[in-house]
Ligand binder design. Structure first.
Ligand code: HPA
Length: 233
């Protein structure tokens, strides 16, 4: 047990799929896993372990933002010997070239966050996801006829910004979209020499101002979950 996870070590699989929202973790377990059981409900951060096509996987929520993802991914990698975490989330697109519901596989996370610097002195603004795991996801996408956009994204600490220079982040840093968790996840994976990846569905577009409703997001989310699960088989 850790301060934030009550599961026994053997109740968490080596592979964890991580949505931000606890109710999405519940939804994934109910719709995609067999023989699943609830393994965590501390702070309502629901986690379930079950089987997908015979492979044991855990689905557990990360909560929102770098600090929350930082805590859960650290504990899963370090105390529960988890090998692989795949985040499945949503993002806001920084370019009109991306449409609502497009899928992004995050190769690199760019952030102004001090998370990595404070954690162990890592002083760069970018962290990479795991190339081998990304290759597995790309192969699964090809096999399942899903179009993936692979690229760098911005991991922001602020959702409600009064000044948002996202055009500059797109032009100068080549950030395709914004979300709020990958910088901590990828840093912790690199710290423990583990593997991490992130799949994102475009839920809003900061250029065109288009956005999805939460019901619509649920449907699009299903394709992404399936891809995450297929890629770890
Ligand atoms: N900003 C930050 N995170 C997000 C957004 C956004 O616009 N959309 C989905 N996740």
């Amino acid at each position: 047990m850790t301060p934030h996870i009550e599961a026994k070590k053997e109740d968490i699989a080596k592979i964890v799929i991580m949505p931000g929202d606890p109710l999405r973790a519940k939804f994934i377990a109910e719709t995609h896993l067999t023989d699943y059981k609830l393994i965590n409900q501390v702070r309502g951060m629901l986690g379930y372990t079950g089987y997908y096509k015979g492979k044991q996987v855990t689905v557990m929520a990360s909560g929102m933002g770098i600090p929350s993802m930082g805590i859960y991914s650290y504990e899963l990698f370090h105390y529960y010997d988890v090998d692989v975490i795949i985040r499945v989330g949503s993002c806001g697109a920084y370019t009109e070239k991306l449409n609502l519901y497009d899928l992004i596989l995050v190769s690199e996370s760019y952030s102004d966050s001090n998370y990595a610097l404070t954690q162990n002195g890592y002083d760069k603004k970018s962290v990479l996801s795991s190339p081998k795991l990304n290759d597995q996801i790309i192969k699964a996408a090809i096999n399942n006829n899903l179009k993936l956009n692979v690229g760098k994204i911005h991991c922001s600490e602020v959702f409600y910004r009064n000044n948002n220079p996202f055009q500059e982040l797109y032009k100068n840093e080549h950030c395709l979209a914004v979300e709020m968790e990958t910088f901590a996840l990828f840093h912790n994976a690199n710290l423990f020499k583990k593997k991490a990846a992130c799949l994102l569905t475009v839920s809003d577009n900061l250029v065109t101002k288009e956005e999805t409703t939460s019901e619509e997001r649920q449907t699009a989310f299903t394709e992404m979950i399936k891809l995450a699960l297929e890629s770890v088989l």
